[in-house]
Design a protein around this ligand. Structure first.
Ligand code: AMP
Length: 376
């Protein structure tokens, strides 16, 4: 960590995880002339389709990890659930500028909340519970609605249950018994959700992408709008919080922090130590994408100053919506379509996204409305 070793194009970047984030990292790196090796258990996974080579192995397969480390000059990861022994091994070989610490913290909501709390940053009121008794007593002291989440392993709404009324308490307590450790959080009646996506270089310099407003459906990101309509006070609080956490986490690379906004207050929700779904708009709407800046950071290149070129709206293509997007394409004048090359279509699976950019946000939203109407 913080070795500031420069890895120049033609060298090999190893990516752990071959999903869409790995694919978009690989595409950005290929533009610059890097070689890409990806480790993923699924043959021909989205990132492997654009990489030079794939090591087909489980994420915690130490033989595979060793092989990836041997053939790569630097290694990055596209998700936070990287095996911690694997990360420690690569870090010890001085090839993991993002670091293993950020993984340890973001893999576990309990640790994540305590890092945020220790830094004096606002988080929703919460309580750690290990079984139904603890759950019942936590709920006695927490006004509803609330939400119970597994502390590890959940993503895209998996591993969480909203507790709207006392009728949901029984299910919440069963949930607590079914999982080793859970966290119960106060539900924040937010005005909007935002995320701060930024990149930190290996010497500690930071560039921020414009803050986006995010809409979720069923706990999965559906839509991202940039610029977010937030007050100057919220913007400052959000950037300050991100700066504090970036330093605390001592990370390098692109990083995202999701927050709830209520009035002029922010509440931190989650961190992701990697490029983020809410930063996909940067590919077309900024002078440099979150993926390119990430590659620059992990390769020890100077970060480029970031500008928003045009307002943007990005919509995720989930499950069967991929068919709608394809059907519309011959008539769709606007919108940058990205499909991730996933063979199996599953309900709610992130199959791709479309970014609409225009001179005004209203115009970009009108372009999106055409797609949304066709989807009905
Ligand atoms: P998470 O997996 O924690 O990011 O949760 C996914 C989504 O569920 C968030 O982006 C919110 O839309 C919603 N959510 C989760 N926790 C809360 C909370 N404490 N208050 C309000 N909304 C929440």
């Amino acid at each position: 960590m913080q070795n500031n070793k420069v890895i120049l194009p033609m060298k090999t970047i190893g990516i752990i995880g071959g999903g869409q984030l790995g694919r978009m990292m690989a595409i950005a790196a290929k533009y610059m002339g890097y070689q890409i090796a990806v480790l993923d258990p699924t043959p021909n996974c989205p990132a492997a389709q654009v990489a030079d080579q794939q090591i087909t192995a489980a994420y915690d397969d130490m033989d595979g990890i060793q092989k990836l480390t041997d053939i790569s000059d630097v290694i990055t990861y596209e998700f936070e659930n990287v095996d911690l022994d694997a990360a420690a091994y690569i870090e010890q070989k001085d090839k993991l500028p993002q670091g293993a610490y950020a993984l340890e913290i973001t893999q576990n909501r309990e640790k994540e909340k305590s890092v945020m709390g220790d830094a004096g940053l606002p988080v929703p009121a919460n309580k750690i519970v290990r079984d139904s008794d603890m759950c019942a007593s936590a709920l006695e002291n927490m006004p509803l609605p609330a939400v119970i989440k597994t502390v590890s392993g959940g993503y895209d709404g998996k591993g969480q249950l909203k507790i709207n009324t006392t009728d949901d308490m029984k299910a919440a307590c069963e949930f607590a018994d079914q999982h080793d450790v859970s966290i119960i959080e106060q539900w924040v009646p937010f005005d909007r959700e935002i995320s701060v996506v930024f990149t930190r270089g290996q010497s500690g310099e930071i560039t921020f992408f414009p803050i986006s407003a995010n809409e979720h459906k069923d706990h999965i990101l559906y839509k991202t709008t940039v610029p977010a309509s937030i007050s100057a006070a919220v913007q400052q609080k959000a950037l300050d919080a991100a700066g504090i956490l970036a330093e605390k986490m001592n990370i390098a690379g692109t990083f995202a922090i999701e927050m709830f906004v209520k009035g002029d207050d922010i509440y931190l929700n989650e961190m992701a130590p990697r490029p983020h779904n809410s930063g996909h708009y940067t590919i077309e709407a900024c002078n440099l994408s979150q993926f390119e800046q990430h590659i620059r950071a992990i390769c020890g290149l100077p970060l480029m100053p970031i500008e928003l070129l045009r307002p943007a709206v990005t919509v995720n293509i989930l499950g069967d919506d991929a068919g709608t997007a394809l059907n519309m394409l011959p008539e769709m004048q606007h919108g940058f379509l990205h499909l991730y090359g996933k063979e199996a279509v599953k309900p709610k699976r992130k199959m791709g996204h479309i970014t609409f950019i225009a001179d005004t946000l209203d115009e970009a939203k009108k372009q999106l409305a055409v797609y949304e109407e066709a989807k009905q």
